[in-house]
Design a binder for this molecule. Structure first.
Ligand code: NBP
Length: 478
């Protein structure tokens, strides 16, 4: 045995993680169901470091130093269970099985509990950054036992992205905490992408700008507080011209957004935990709406407001700047909601997740990396139990300053009939949170009326029911 770690599952992600480990001087055992992938890796990249190719589960396990560290990077779901079932019987107590695929955190909890019974550590870890990230330094979100992190952590930190010298990898929390945080990361990613797409749609629909001009706007924004990977690639995509037709690339791509399902998981979990992650939900549904081609075709002739030059004259001159402010404020809301979900998940499952550390490891390597995350980290470091990002000093002030522009942008969108579910729900969430009174009192009245569900009063302790049908003057304490 001479490999300090092994990777099984050598498709794009596994191959690049293995190369990343080897490039950092670690001896990496390789294994893949189809042998050819293993051979290809050694043939193409063998010179990058010290690889130990193996062609059976037994040989793979034998190649690993103890405690064995075995990274599984296969298709999430049944393939992961199949691989665990294949390897677990060959392992010994103290060995560490790492699932670096995109597992649902509930599966990770189940697998962790099962392997713990056999004395094995199971570490479900989120890995973000796509194939480039896997090779050059991803953001890594490991769960599992603190004990396993002692020996595994240094390896993962070694290959993770670095920001100001700090690794974008931390022990997130026990069992499924890592995959949970990765799930919310992806949900925020959906939200962020939707808000950026709405900004583009607004600049085009209200100002009549061309994609190449909007690319310039995004480039400018990327030098300020919105500086982020997603804004950067947005500018590149918008500036791209289709080589076949000479048209803007965004105009020749079918406008039906696809999804692999992590946004849906995030929303489902938000519903289960009762956390209003409305931005992520709207972003997920916006993709669904775009994908209903037949439905959209049938509805295409429905009436909308005038969007002609007269209507556009009402668009304020500051509109592009207003959109920047609306985007910023909505983004703060998206992250506030995502961090609320992590807080709630952490409380529900007893994970004790440190939110400042989560913000810190998202600063580099991952798809939502942004300078903005530095401010989030600082906010949670200063106040670990902050109820919401929106009330932390810097964000409170920035959103207050942006709110007039934010409202104006949403109003313009409504007036011109440009759909902005992301901006609109973010603003509604902000107004909902800060309201003195919500009409939820009326809903309580309705519930008590039709279902005797009772209500609480603002002026007295207890639960009450009004006898609506017989005599509304009578109120009983329930
Ligand atoms: P895929 O998700 O396409 O999976 C392909 C790998 O799974 C191959 O090595 C394949 O082996 C193996 N595999 C399958 Br499929 N069924 C198996 C089984 N029953 N037993 C053993 N091996 C099996 O690979 P990927 O795109 O590299 O992604 C790997 C993981 O990383 C996924 O969970 C993915 O969600 C996650 N992820 C991907 C990205 C990304 O940007 N692609 C980013 C972050 C996370 P074979 O060669 O024998 O067919």
């Amino acid at each position: 045995a001479r490999a300090s770690i092994g990777v099984t599952g050598l498709a794009v992600m596994g191959r690049n993680l293995a190369r990343n480990l080897a490039r950092h001087g670690h001896t990496v055992a390789l294994h893949n169901r189809t042998e050819q992938r293993t051979r290809d890796l050694v043939e193409q990249f063998g010179s990058e470091g010290d690889f130990v190719p193996t062609y059976s589960a037994e040989e793979f396990v034998r190649a690993l130093e103890r405690p064995r560290k075995l990274v599984i990077m296969v298709k999430a779901g049944a393939p992961t269970d199949a691989v665990i079932d294949e390897f677990a019987p060959l392992l010994e107590p103290g060995d560490i099985v790492i699932d670096a695929g995109n597992a649902h955190f509930a599966d990770t909890r189940r697998r962790e509990a099962a392997l713990r019974e056999r004395g094995l550590h199971f570490v479900g870890t989120g890995v973000s950054g796509g194939e480039e990230g896997a090779l050059h330094g991803p953001s890594i979100m490991p769960g599992g036992s603190a004990e396993s992190y002692e020996s595994l952590g240094p390896l993962l930190e070694d290959i993770s992205a670095k920001v100001d010298g700090a690794p974008c990898c931390t022990h997130v929390g026990p069992d499924g905490a890592g995959h949970f945080v990765k799930m919310v990361h992806n949900g925020i990613e959906y939200s962020d992408m939707q808000l950026i797409a709405e900004s583009f749609d607004l600049l085009r629909g209200a100002l009549g700008l061309e994609p190449a001009q909007i690319a310039e706007t995004f480039r400018t924004w990327n030098t300020g507080r919105l500086d982020s990977y997603l804004i950067e690639i947005t500018a590149e995509v918008l500036a791209h011209t289709d080589p076949h037709t000479g048209k803007p690339f965004v105009d020749i791509v079918a406008d039906e957004a696809e999804q692999k399902g992590t946004g849906r998981w995030t929303v489902q979990n938000g519903l289960e935990l009762g956390v209003p992650i409305t931005g992520i939900a709207e972003a997920t549904f916006a993709r669904s709406l775009s994908g209903h081609a037949g439905l959209r075709q049938a509805a295409r002739g429905l009436a909308g407001p005038d969007r002609g030059s007269a209507a556009r004259q009402g668009v304020p001159e500051s509109f592009a700047d207003d959109v920047e402010q609306a985007l910023y404020a909505s983004k703060v809301v998206a992250y506030a909601q995502g961090f609320h979900q992590i807080q709630a998940g952490s409380a529900e499952f007893g994970w004790n997740i440190d939110l400042a550390s989560v913000a810190a490891i998202w600063r580099g390597g991952c798809i939502i990396r942004a300078t903005f995350l530095d401010d989030i980290r600082a906010a949670y470091r200063a106040e670990p139990t902050l109820p919401t990002l929106l009330t932390s000093g810097g964000f409170r002030k920035a959103v207050e300053d942006a709110q007039d522009a934010w409202r104006s942008v949403v109003a313009t969108a409504v007036r011109l009939g440009i759909p902005t579910p992301g901006f609109s729900t973010a603003l509604a969430y902000y107004d909902g949170l800060r309201a003195d009174r919500l009409p939820a009192s009326l809903i309580q009245g309705q519930r008590d009326y039709f279902g005797a569900h009772t209500y609480r009063r603002v002026d007295r302790e207890g639960s009450f029911h009004t006898t609506w049908a017989t005599d509304p003057r009578v109120e009983h304490e329930a």
